[in-house]
Design a binder for this molecule. Structure first.
Ligand SMILES: Cc1cc2nc3c(=O)[nH]c(=O)nc-3n(C[C@H](O)[C@H](O)[C@H](O)COP(=O)(O)OP(=O)(O)OC[C@H]3O[C@@H](n4cnc5c(N)ncnc54)[C@H](O)[C@@H]3O)c2cc1C
Length: 511
């Protein structure tokens, strides 16, 4: 077999497979190069078909692969997402809600408003330092029809229909980017003498050769997990949810407002996501089966939706929190659910797909002999990323005062990563700072920690650190500026639904 890498084979046609195919195809300019990208997907094995919340990173990814924003929004029934709202996470009382918006606090990185807020807070941290909670409260869009594609007045990602998203990526990758598509089922995998993958055996077509293989087979992890036997590192002791019940609910009428954020509503054994698309809501209960029965979970979901339990036709998805010990082994990389999965609390899965696929597109070496060097780096980076995501997801739980057994179990010291415990010890006396997040592959910045910590009423005692508030004048100016921007944007921006309706006839301008 040749030592050069020219023939890349992706197995799996969910969002991970098609996003990877598109990013590789775009990078390698398939139509004019010797590189070949083939995607194999089975028509007998369905995609997981959920995953409706994205990060702002998706704007850059879509732009990069050449899909215009108007087409994307129309084809995927997509809407705008400006962050997450957490309801009932602290103590479950009526006023228990806070935002983790996508826009950073005013002057973030240049001037730290958090100590000043701690000294004189009159409203929530997020609303004091960022205008976006007000936009979300009013179901406003992050942009106007006159704004250019992928540009907004506030930072935003999307809510989308996962099935339609994969279809759009598929059509685009095949028709415009030159990806070869094979519909067939992988039945066996043959290894070479060095323990890498040599050929795939497909049910109809027989043997398929490749130089490099991308495992996008979802939870099955057929290439990296099964064939190459890379172990799975379980994180269930830390993130105990293991089941999701998902439903799609129509709007009551065509004018019902579309929320501009994902609502995450705490329940006795987990939490419910509530996502508004243009044509329906996607709602799901993520719970720990150790703390509730499936009948109780279904009842909880029915109560939330406001229907009789017998009218709920929910899809049940089982999962185990965790990830592969390595993500790249020999000539195979796992991207998407095949690499691992954590409860979708901050919707980080597609972002990890974007990052992994982009890394591969940028760093795939020309020669097989160089693969171990890149694989080692990728594995180090990704292990750090997964650890950081676990820390951040856990943060949402450890500060809760809810008293149900699930919530008590989720905040024990034994279930909390040591690194997070250390950070929390420091933050009792100083707010999170960029210096707490110095890795080159930080996934959640200090701003995200500030929003969640102070949204969850964490107490930082600044009495010994008065010097952190040495420029009150500047702080006042920034707090006022935030209110001015908020007033301007709440006047200027249309409602989410109104803008999406308008998009049907007009589009955003090209960049
Ligand atoms: C409950 C839940 C909620 C989620 N919410 C979010 C969210 O809000 N935001 C977010 O970013 N992510 C979310 N995710 C994650 C997101 O759904 C996935 O990251 C994304 O859909 C990518 O999935 P995938 O392509 O890896 O796997 P899948 O969609 O499962 O695709 C697997 C593919 O492999 C193919 N395949 C399998 N076996 C074979 C075989 N033998 N031969 C050929 N082909 C085969 C299948 O046909 C399919 O095409 C959520 C996940 C779950 C479970």
């Amino acid at each position: 077999m040749s030592e050069s890498i020219e023939n890349i084979v992706i197995v799996g046609g969910g969002a991970a497979g098609w996003l990877t195919a598109a990013l590789l195809a775009k990078q390698f300019q398939l139509k004019t190069s010797a590189m070949k990208v083939t995607l194999i997907e089975s028509s007998d094995i369905p995609s997981v078909g959920v995953g409706e919340g994205t990060w702002p990173t998706m704007r850059n990814t879509l732009r990069k692969i050449g899909i215009d924003e108007n087409t994307f929004l129309r084809e995927c029934n997509a809407s705008f997402k400006q962050g997450n709202q957490f309801v009932g996470w602290y103590d479950g009382n009526n006023d228990d809600k806070y935002y983790h918006p996508f826009s950073a606090p005013q002057a973030h990185g240049k001037f730290d408003l958090s100590p000043y807020w701690l000294k004189q807070s009159t409203e929530s941290f997020a609303s004091s330092v960022c205008f976006q909670p007000q936009l979300c409260d009013r179901n406003l869009a992050p942009k106007r029809i006159t704004d250019k594609q992928y540009q907004g007045q506030a930072n935003y990602g999307y809510h989308l229909d996962a099935g339609k998203f994969s279809e759009l990526l598929k059509t685009h990758s095949i028709n415009n980017l030159g990806v070869t598509h094979i519909v067939d089922t992988l039945e066996d995998i043959n290894l070479d003498q060095h323990g890498g993958i040599e050929t795939l055996e497909l049910k109809e077509r027989g043997l398929i050769q490749g130089d490099f293989f991308v495992d996008c087979t979802g939870f099955a992890s057929l290439l990296l997990g099964k064939a190459l036997e890379v172990p799975f590192v379980e994180k269930k002791h830390c993130l105990m949810a293991d089941t999701a019940l998902a439903v799609q609910i129509p709007y009551e009428d065509d004018d019902e407002p579309i929320a501009s954020h994902t609502k995450s509503v705490a329940q006795s054994a987990g939490w419910i996501w509530d996502i508004g698309l243009i044509n329906r809501r996607g709602i799901g209960y993520v719970y720990a089966s150790e703390f509730t029965t499936s009948a109780q979970a279904k009842q909880t979901l029915a109560d939330y939706v406001g229907v009789n339990v017998t009218d709920i036709k929910a899809r049940e998805i089982k999962f185990t929190a965790g990830h592969r010990k390595k993500f790249w082994q020999k000539n195979c990389i796992a991207i998407g659910l095949s690499a691992g999965f954590l409860e979708p609390l901050e919707a980080a899965a597609l972002m990890l797909v974007e990052i992994s696929a982009d890394y591969l597109a940028q760093q795939l070496p020309v020669n097989k002999s160089l693969l171990p060097i890149v694989a080692k780096r990728f594995n180090q980076d990704m292990t750090t990323r997964w650890d950081k995501i676990i820390d951040f997801l856990k943060l949402h739980y450890v500060l809760s005062k809810r008293d149900e057994p699930f919530w008590q179990a989720m905040r024990t010291n034994a279930s909390t990563p040591e690194h997070l415990t250390e950070q929390l010890a420091l933050w009792q006396y100083q707010p999170p700072h960029e210096y707490d997040f110095t890795s080159a592959v930080e996934t959640f910045p200090a701003a995200s920690y500030l929003y969640v910590l102070y949204g969850m009423n964490f107490e930082t005692d600044l009495r010994e650190r008065n010097y952190l508030c040495s420029n009150e004048q500047m702080a006042d100016k920034l707090f006022k500026m935030n209110k001015q921007v908020e007033a301007q944007l709440t006047q200027r921006l249309p409602e989410n639904r109104a803008l999406l309706k308008q998009l049907k006839t007009n589009g955003f301008q090209a960049i």
